[in-house]
Design a protein. Structure first.
Length: 74
């Protein structure tokens, strides 16, 4: 059985950072930029997947970013 993994970045306007939601145990991120966010996923995800699931080969990770735009004029 193949398990799929995801990481979602959502913008916290009050803190001015991107925060994470993920099904990779232990992957908790907060960064100022999406570029840094993605770099941290690539750095930490392999180690966490190995520790939690014994996965040592590269696996695809679905990554998405969500940011709500308030006050956009028509």
């Amino acid at each position: 059985m193949s398990q799929s993994f995801y990481v979602k970045a959502f913008w916290d306007a009050a803190a001015s950072v991107w925060c994470s939601e993920s099904n990779i145990p232990g992957l908790v991120l907060q960064t100022e930029t999406l570029e840094e966010f993605q770099d941290l996923i690539q750095h930490f995800a392999p180690e966490l997947l190995a520790e939690s699931f014994g996965i040592h080969d590269p696996v695809p990770i679905r990554f998405e970013a969500v940011r709500q735009l308030d006050g956009v004029a028509a």
